[in-house]
Design a protein around this ligand. Structure first.
Ligand code: PLP
Length: 463
């Protein structure tokens, strides 16, 4: 046994040291004691693990620096900016869509100063927070009316609760999705107080399946975007126009949970032919819901657009207050939506769309540049290679995005260790591991982030 164990001091003794007393004055007694307790436990564990381990010099400057460093670490912000080198543009774990500068500016103003959030400036009377974006959404989607809530999950819950509580909702077995673990459509339907009626089979559902399921309890036919999977092979799903005609004839509502929701045609950029929201509404869907922070490229929000009478019902529903959008997100959403109108070009000005549409040569040039910068600081096992990225967050699920990555290995570091070192850098650099190398995909990295990545490597490899 390591005989230094017996010489481990008491916390009370450490508290009498001048440097520790200074720390108590600066940080308070409780924080210092908590950190000392931690440090003593670590020291005890180190002594137990190793006969040769030495006690730290408690009275020395190194120990005081250890204590203050540990306290500072507990006080550092938890939510920090990161560098997304995963190639996944809308990465849920990294906060989804990057916002346009105009959206950031709008959030800043809305936070820093009072605004007319719920004040009608013309009449001086109480206004509606929805008024700030409703016209824009209608203009961009052709909807009669629109309302915005906290996120798309809330949009689905509110829409079902307001229209189908105590009645039934007909949905295809092929579309009963689970997203992000916590959002399962059957559970959301149950929470809304509606009864789910499943129709069709996993791979095929026809209009007639819906027709047979409709009875006098039916309130809604619900379609949903199979965001994070695809059923391939012999599949069938009814045409929206047919379903819309059925819903109209049966006097029920046709709703569609779009998840991502695209406002403009992405086909000219080589991206899949996702139906745009305007076309979906135009084919007769009564109400659609989609996210603000997926392909739309804005803040977290759930947008509901469609028939005026249904939207009016949602606005008046008691749940509305619980799921309403906050002023910062609303400000960012309005600014984002304005970028879809001429003379703006959303594919240039919205980071999400700009990253999706960026020509491959440009991504490759950025990869070459990072490789060169890394070689200049003495990292030699670096090469540029093909990579595949994704839109992410269930958007364009079956679309690979050709990309380029920089693959890096460092002597005496496993790929796992290097990846951890990058992830715990300031700012954290998030890549992925492939074939024992760290891969940094350049589609999701901005030019001005290259220098920060190089800095992270400089720290990791410093002697
Ligand atoms: C992402 C998604 C949701 C949830 O959207 P949030 O804005 O994250 O709440 C709901 N439905 C579908 C189909 C989705 O893809």
């Amino acid at each position: 046994m390591n005989n230094q164990l017996r010489q481990l001091p008491q916390i009370q003794t450490l508290l009498t040291l001048p440097a520790i007393q200074d720390a108590v004055v600066q940080y308070g007694h409780d924080d210092v004691v908590a950190v000392l307790r931690d440090i003593l436990a670590q020291t005890r564990a180190a002594l137990l693990a190793d006969d040769q381990a030495q006690l730290p010099e408690f009275a020395g400057p190194g120990f005081a620096a250890w204590v203050t460093g540990a306290i500072e670490a507990t006080r550092a912000p938890s939510l920090v900016p990161t560098i997304n080198a995963t190639g996944i543009i809308i990465h849920t774990n990294l906060g989804r869509a990057r916002l346009a500068p105009q959206a950031l500016e709008a959030m800043h103003s809305a936070g820093a100063q009072p605004s007319n959030l719920e004040l009608d400036l013309a009449t001086g009377k109480r206004g509606s927070r929805h008024s700030h974006v409703e016209r824009l959404i209608c203009e961009l989607t052709g909807a009669e009316a629109a309302v915005v809530v906290n996120n798309c999950a809330a949009a689905v819950l509110l829409s079902l609760m307001a229209t189908a509580q105590g009645r039934s909702v007909v949905a295809s077995r092929g579309e009963l999705i689970e997203i992000g673990g916590a959002f399962r459509l059957p559970d959301v339907i149950a929470q809304s107080g509606a009864q789910l009626v499943e129709v069709g089979a996993t791979n095929k559902t026809r209009t007639n399946d819906y027709a047979k399921a409709i009875d006098d309890t039916t309130a809604v036919l619900l379609k949903s975007h199979t965001s994070n999977f695809k059923i391939v092979g012999f599949t069938a799903a009814p045409d929206r126009r047919e379903l819309a005609a059925l819903a109209r004839d049966s006097n029920v509502i046709l709703m569609e949970d779009l998840g991502s929701g695209v406002l403009i045609d992405l086909a000219p950029y080589g991206l899949p032919d996702e139906p745009v929201v305007a076309d979906i509404l135009n084919s007769g869907v009564d109400l659609v819901m989609f996210s603000g922070d997926k392909l739309l490229g804005g803040p977290q929000a759930g947008i509901i657009a469609g028939r005026r009478d249904i939207v009016a019902q949602l606005k008046a529903h008691p749940l509305m207050r619980a799921v309403r959008i906050d002023k910062l997100s609303l400000a960012a959403l309005e600014a984002t939506l304005r970028l879809y109108r001429a003379p703006h070009d959303p594919v240039v000005e919205l980071p999400v769309l700009a990253m999706l549409a960026e020509p491959l040569e440009q991504v490759e040039a950025r990869a070459q540049r990072l490789a060169q910068m890394l070689e200049q600081i003495g990292i030699t096992q670096v090469h540029v290679c093909d990579s595949v990225g994704y839109a992410g967050a269930g958007s364009l699920p079956d679309q690979d995005l050709q990309s380029f990555a920089v693959a890096i290995t460092i002597p005496e570091h496993t790929a796992e260790a290097l990846s951890t070192a990058l992830r715990t850098s300031t700012p954290p650099v998030i890549g992925r591991i492939s074939r024992e190398q760290v891969m940094l995909d350049m589609r999701t990295v901005q030019p001005d982030e290259l220098a920060q990545i190089v800095d992270a490597f400089r720290h990791i490899t410093a002697p």
